[in-house]
Ligand binder design. Structure first.
Ligand code: UDP
Length: 251
């Protein structure tokens, strides 16, 4: 997809990736902050109000559990990864509850069957929900260990024919070096997929990144923290950094 500079950009179908960590209040021992979930839900509702955007949401599980970290401490990796996928289901249910509270019609589809709490992921059903204006929350990652929820977002975006992946993070975009270590690090307004690889810029893990690049799906990396950013991003306002096949531009 080409990314016009003119604002706002128009998307028909998008995937929003939220990290699990983003649902936790910094410094709190609660894994999920209902207030943060509520704010995100409100911002999603505002973004969807005009009725011209279809949205899927993928949420991580890092606020509860990460398989790789547990495996580094001696646990069987596949078992630890299944636990991580279950963690994403808890986050998905929290987001579903809050979206519904705000009048947004939505369904949770889980890649691991758990009929009592969520529908099972079926691609064609998910597409129909999107077509009918429901938000689909894709829970339990890809359903397979050794993957991440970034990869889930890239995979669901590819199979749903989404125009874009929005990656909501703790930083305001992609930089040419670590802004925490280098005060003169430059933020990109746009950065080319290949440049990310050659400069080893971390946008997503390599599997997720390759899927987006190969399927020509731009990634918008933006900061979740400032109020209104989710709405701004989903409405196509220039925000964060766009990773795409277009030429690189420093912000
Ligand atoms: N996970 C997995 N397969 C998937 C997606 C996730 O095994 O397709 C597991 C993995 O252990 C991962 C955990 O679920 O560490 C939580 O996901 P992730 O680390 O992507 O969450 P985030 O960092 O976005 O909160």
């Amino acid at each position: 997809m080409s990314f016009p500079e003119a604002s706002p950009r128009r998307f028909k179908r998008a995937i929003l990736k939220l990290s699990g960590e983003a649902l936790r209040e910094p410094g709190s021992t609660d894994n999920i902050s209902p207030e943060i979930v509520e704010r995100i839900a409100r911002e999603v509702r505002d973004a969807l109000a005009p009725g011209d955007l279809q949205l899927g949401i993928v949420v991580g599980g890092g606020n509860f559990w990460r398989g790789a970290a547990a495996s580094a401490r001696g646990m069987d990796r596949a078992t630890a990864d299944y636990m991580g996928m279950l963690a994403t289901v808890m986050n998905s249910l929290a987001i579903q509850g809050s979206l519904e509270h705000h009048g947004v019609s939505c369904v949770v589809q889980s890649a691991i069957e758990m009929k009592n709490v969520a529908d099972t992921f079926i691609r064609r059903k998910a597409e129909r929900h999107l077509d009918q204006g429901r938000v689909v929350i894709f829970a339990a990652g890809t359903g397979s260990p050794f993957f991440s929820t970034d990869t889930t977002a890239a995979l669901r975006a590819s199979e749903m024919g989404a125009d874009v992946v929005f990656k909501a993070t703790m930083v305001d975009g992609v930089y040419d070096s670590d802004p925490k270590k280098n005060p003169s690090a430059k933020r990109y307004a746009r950065v080319n997929f290949h440049e990310c690889i050659s400069q080893q810029l971390k946008v997503m893990d390599s599997t997720a990144f390759s899927l987006c690049m190969d399927n020509h799906i731009p990634i918008v990396v933006f900061d979740l923290a400032p109020g209104g950013n989710v709405t701004r991003a989903l409405r196509g306002e220039p925000i964060g950094t766009v990773v795409s096949s277009e030429e690189t531009v420093v912000a």
